[in-house]
Design a protein around this ligand. Structure first.
Ligand SMILES: *[C@@H]1O[C@H](CO)[C@@H](O)[C@H](O)[C@H]1NC(C)=O
Ligand SMILES: *[C@@H]1O[C@H](CO)[C@@H](O)[C@H](O)[C@H]1NC(C)=O
Ligand SMILES: *[C@@H]1O[C@H](CO)[C@@H](O)[C@H](O)[C@H]1NC(C)=O
Ligand SMILES: *[C@@H]1O[C@H](CO)[C@@H](O)[C@H](O)[C@H]1NC(C)=O
Ligand SMILES: *[C@@H]1O[C@H](CO)[C@@H](O)[C@H](O)[C@H]1NC(C)=O
Ligand SMILES: *[C@@H]1O[C@H](CO)[C@@H](O)[C@H](O)[C@H]1NC(C)=O
Ligand SMILES: *[C@@H]1O[C@H](CO)[C@@H](O)[C@H](O)[C@H]1NC(C)=O
Ligand SMILES: *[C@@H]1O[C@H](CO)[C@@H](O)[C@H](O)[C@H]1NC(C)=O
Ligand SMILES: *[C@@H]1O[C@H](CO)[C@@H](O)[C@H](O)[C@H]1NC(C)=O
Ligand SMILES: *[C@@H]1O[C@H](CO)[C@@H](O)[C@H](O)[C@H]1NC(C)=O
Ligand SMILES: *[C@@H]1O[C@H](CO)[C@@H](O)[C@H](O)[C@H]1NC(C)=O
Ligand SMILES: *[C@@H]1O[C@H](CO)[C@@H](O)[C@H](O)[C@H]1NC(C)=O
Length: 774
């Protein structure tokens, strides 16, 4: 692939000829290749389906088999290039995966905050802007010859079900509707669609997104149970209103072109071998048109670890017949030939997979001649780490960071140059923690300590602990530093040594002696201290919440390359924080709940507390949606029309209205789309900033049933929007609600139902009753 490019540059009549080495992006159907030009699959005036059909019909069996793995080799006789399906872009173009090279002219890419922090902004426009930037950077890597493929395996939209999960940091949190909205924004942005969708139609993709990991995957390793062998037992009810919605939206509304099946089994069947799931549900019901990839080595796992397939060839047949298309790994390369020989599957099963795969490569424009001359071909290297993208990374970090406590209005600190600071902790002077996992090489590295240094020259740093595990706190040095300063900023929490892929936590408290160090430092500080926590998952910091010597607490997730600057701006009041927690923070006691118990709903008779704000009944350290600001905001319902919703008007009651022992209900599927649309109603909300600073404030609207029936969520987020308000400004928000979508829940059979009775819309401290009449 290495070519010599001769660049001729004219500089005021002097001709410089420079030879620079560069790489050519891999593509097929070269316009200078007469043979290629004779193939109908290279003819861009034909429909993609027709072209793919032609292409697949020309492949030998061996060639077909070669294309079923992530590293698909070239087929020179057809001028078909190699293609690498595995690239990552969770929160920026990543070094993980095999498709992206950071060793050419591009040596960095914008590292946005880890997803859990980005989610805390509750701002779908921000999510969209970020993924649009990521997509541009991905295309730029390709155009620059530093990408062997442009199919990115993001977003990760599994529900953050258990606080111990090492990969919870990669997700938008615990609420299905937030995950749905995040998924749709991410996919539309990265693939090149508009925010509202519909712009792309069947046209060219900027790059391809992949909704992962389908499904019920949110455990890596608990008490000896690994993700490779875990059989997730999930009820129809939980599947319908927790695990499936993000994937359904990612595919239906987002129009994602990729889906990844997860390692684990779901109710006894490995996800990648589940025909009902992949073919009936995803392709059939949801109309999915893209490709389905296995998680890496997930096909081998079905035979080697799960023993679900007796022979390797059975595993091949299981996944291809179920509807999977490409194996991340080499298992299908090795065993597909024998599976066909043994008549465990037929060549037509391969053709189906190949059709899906080549369709996406064509939609990416890689069979149209040199793609750098085509749509998206003009996205140049200057897009990568552009000022605009770096500013967006800063905006995302600032908008996500959550102020959890601010006693005595300790923050923001006075901006006097004479203020002296002690900046203490294992995360205080490292930028490595900021990037989380699945990251690329950042455009810049600035630590919190360095960023605070631009506000005051009197900042002193002490690491405090040997690492975040804090096995030996350097107390004497840290106390000395703390004692001398006007204010102490402690930068504690977790990093990837505590939570990551294949490493779930076993505790929810701070690791090692962090708590002891923090408490002891408060005893030496002149003023109440400021505690900054970096972590993906929640931490039980009730000691800090309740300790008056800890004045302020900021949670900053893993805030990406601009995280240090964002924190400094918040601490000194150049930014007014407004992030809100996207997950429940549970007490340490929660670790008695087996991580393998997938049930969302509580079971009082056995003491099972349930999970997430929707169902968890136990005590909390902090709640979903918690987050303070330097401003106080007030909220009110301006009007809701109507407050009585008659669902029965157009129905033949005998058909649609059911009765259980306690209530009357209707199945949403029987109401039909038209009726649901006609019952939409509008909620006008006013929100006002009473503070002295402008701020961005996410408004969250929940609903709860007045009479909770068994299995109803305690409350459910139904709408959210982030608004920017000047000091003293008041604004209105209109939420349009659809009773079929927003007032329904799943019943035991996994069917959506609307129950008769009163519901309360909940807006912070305000409630508004509406009455549903069937
Ligand atoms: C491409 O297909 C169109 C439509 O069938 C046909 O008219 C045209 O001749 C084809 N071009 C080439 C180069 O074969
Ligand atoms: C396609 O053909 C062109 C022109 O002959 C050649 O330079 C290129 O390497 C070929 N690509 C592949 C993948 O075979
Ligand atoms: C970059 O890495 C790839 C894959 O390891 C290698 O093939 C290529 O030669 C490297 N490029 C440079 C400029 O070192
Ligand atoms: C997203 O980008 C658009 C267009 O550049 C801009 O108008 C808008 O303010 C941005 N929104 C956010 C939240 O970043
Ligand atoms: C899941 O269900 C199977 C079959 O009922 C049972 O054997 C297994 O122990 C269950 N697993 C968990 C984690 O509950
Ligand atoms: C496939 O075969 C290659 C070459 O023999 C080997 O290195 C690889 O481990 C095999 N992969 C699997 C999953 O069996
Ligand atoms: C803080 O980290 C930076 C970047 O790693 C390093 O250059 C600097 O020496 C560190 N400062 C202190 C006081 O350790
Ligand atoms: C940032 O730090 C990482 C190591 O954490 C390093 O690989 C990278 O080169 C640094 N980037 C810059 C722009 O200094
Ligand atoms: C604690 O962390 C340090 C630095 O990351 C590491 O060197 C050490 O091995 C860890 N100790 C334990 C007990 O995990
Ligand atoms: C730190 O606090 C603990 C009790 O929380 C105490 O036992 C210990 O002596 C203190 N260490 C120092 C160096 O002050
Ligand atoms: C917000 O209002 C509460 C209650 O009235 C008050 O205690 C708090 O100090 C106010 N905060 C700010 C930042 O004005
Ligand atoms: C709640 O249920 C009880 C008993 O079924 C009923 O009497 C009451 O009217 C219901 N309340 C509301 C607000 O729907």
């Amino acid at each position: 692939m290495r070519i010599l490019e001769i660049k001729i540059i004219f500089i005021s009549s002097v001709i410089l000829v420079t030879a620079i080495e560069s790489f050519q992006p891999p593509y097929s159907c070269d316009s200078t290749n007469p043979l290629a030009q004779s193939f109908p699959f290279c003819n861009t005036t034909l429909a993609v389906d027709q072209r793919v059909q032609d292409l697949v019909s020309r492949l030998t069996l061996d060639e077909k088999i070669s294309q079923l793995v992530d590293s698909a080799p070239a087929i020179p006789r057809l001028n078909i290039s190699a293609f690498e399906w595995w690239s990552e872009a969770l929160h920026g173009i990543s070094e993980s995966g095999k498709g992206i090279l950071f060793n050419g002219t591009l040596t960095a890419a914008t590292v946005f905050p880890q997803v859990i922090l980005t989610a805390a902004s509750f701002d779908a426009y921000l999510w969209y802007n970020i993924s649009q930037a990521i997509g541009k950077e991905g295309r730029a890597f390709y155009n620059e010859g530093q990408a062997l493929g442009v199919t990115f395996w993001a977003p990760n939209i599994n529900i953050f079900r258990d606080p111990r999960w090492g990969r919870g940091q990669e997700t938008p949190g615990e609420d299905p509707s937030v995950a749905e909205s995040y998924a749709v924004s991410y996919v539309r942005g990265i693939q090149g669609d508009s925010f509202d969708g519909g712009q792309l139609k069947d046209g060219h993709l900027q790059v391809s997104a992949c909704c992962k990991h389908f499904t019920a995957y949110d455990l890596d390793n608990w008490d000896g149970v690994t993700r490779f062998v875990f059989n997730a037992n999930v009820t129809e009810q939980d599947l319908a209103d927790t695990y499936e919605p993000p994937f359904k939206s990612c595919i239906r509304q987002g129009q994602a072109t990729g889906l990844m099946c997860a390692y684990n089994l779901l109710n006894g069947v490995p996800n990648c071998a589940d025909y009902n799931l992949l073919t009936e549900t995803v392709r059939g019901e949801w109309g999915f048109k893209g490709y389905i990839a296995s998680d890496c080595d997930a096909v081998a796992v079905i035979h080697d670890d799960q023993g679900y397939a007796k022979l390797p060839e059975d595993a091949v047949a299981d996944v291809l017949k179920a509807g999977m298309d490409v194996d991340c790994g080499s298992f299908l390369m090795n065993y597909t030939g024998r599976a066909i020989q043994q008549k465990k599957l037929s060549e037509s099963d391969l053709d189906r997979a190949l059709h899906n795969l080549f369709s996406i490569r064509m939609r990416l424009g890689l069979f149209n001649g040199d793609p750098t001359r085509l749509e998206y071909g003009n996205i140049g290297p200057e897009q990568v780490c552009s000022q605009e993208h770096q500013d967006l990374a800063l905006e995302a970090a600032r908008d996500g960071i959550v102020l959890l406590k601010n006693s005595y209005n300790l923050l923001p600190l006075p901006k006097a140059e004479t203020v002296s600071l002690a900046v203490i902790g294992p995360n205080a002077n490292t930028s490595e923690t900021f990037v989380g996992n699945y990251h690329g090489l950042p455009c810049k590295n600035i630590t919190i300590f360095q960023a605070l240094g631009s506000y005051t020259k009197n900042a002193v740093y002490s690491q405090g602990c040997d690492g975040v595990n804090c096995t030996s706190p350097a107390t004497v040095e840290a106390f000395g530093v703390a004692q001398e300063a006007d204010y102490v900023v402690l930068v504690m929490g977790l990093d990837q040594s505590q939570e990551r892929e294949e490493l779930d936590r076993t505790e929810l408290v701070l690791p090692g002696q962090q708590e002891i160090l923090i408490k002891n430092i408060t005893l030496h500080a002149k003023n109440p201290v400021i505690l900054v926590l970096l972590s993906g998952g929640p931490v039980d910091i009730s000691f800090a919440r309740d300790d008056p010597r800890i004045g302020s607490i900021l949670w900053a997730g893993y805030p990406g390359e601009a995280g240090g600057i964002a924190l400094a701006q918040i601490i000194f009041g150049d930014h007014n924080p407004g992030g809100r927690l996207p997950v429940t923070w549970y007490p340490e006691d929660f670790i008695k709940v087996p991580m393998t118990d997938m049930r969302m709903r509580s079971e009082p008779s056995t003491g099972y507390p349930g999970r997430t704000y929707r169902f968890y009944t136990g005590p909390k350290v902090y709640e979903f949606g918690d987050g303070l600001s330097y401003s106080n905001y007030t909220h009110e319902f301006v009007h809701v029309t109507p407050d009585k919703i008659y669902i029965n008007k157009l129905l033949r009651p005998a058909k649609a209205i059911k009765r259980s022992a306690t209530d009357r209900y209707a199945l949403v599927s029987e109401l039909g789309k038209e009726l649901c649309e006609s019952k939409k109603f509008s909620t006008k909300i006013a929100v006002e900033n009473h503070g002295n600073l402008p701020g961005k404030h996410p408004v969250l609207l929940f609903v709860k049933q007045a009479n909770l029936t068994i299995g109803s969520p305690q409350k459910q987020l139904i709408a959210f929007r982030s608004v920017r308000l000047e000091a003293g400004e008041r604004a209105h928000i209109d939420f349009v609600l659809n009773p079929c979508q927003h007032l329904s829940r799943a019943n035991k059979d996994g069917l959506l139902v609307i129950e008769e009775g009163y519901y309360h819309l909940i807006l912070e401290d305000k409630e508004y009753p509406i009455n549903v009449v069937l």
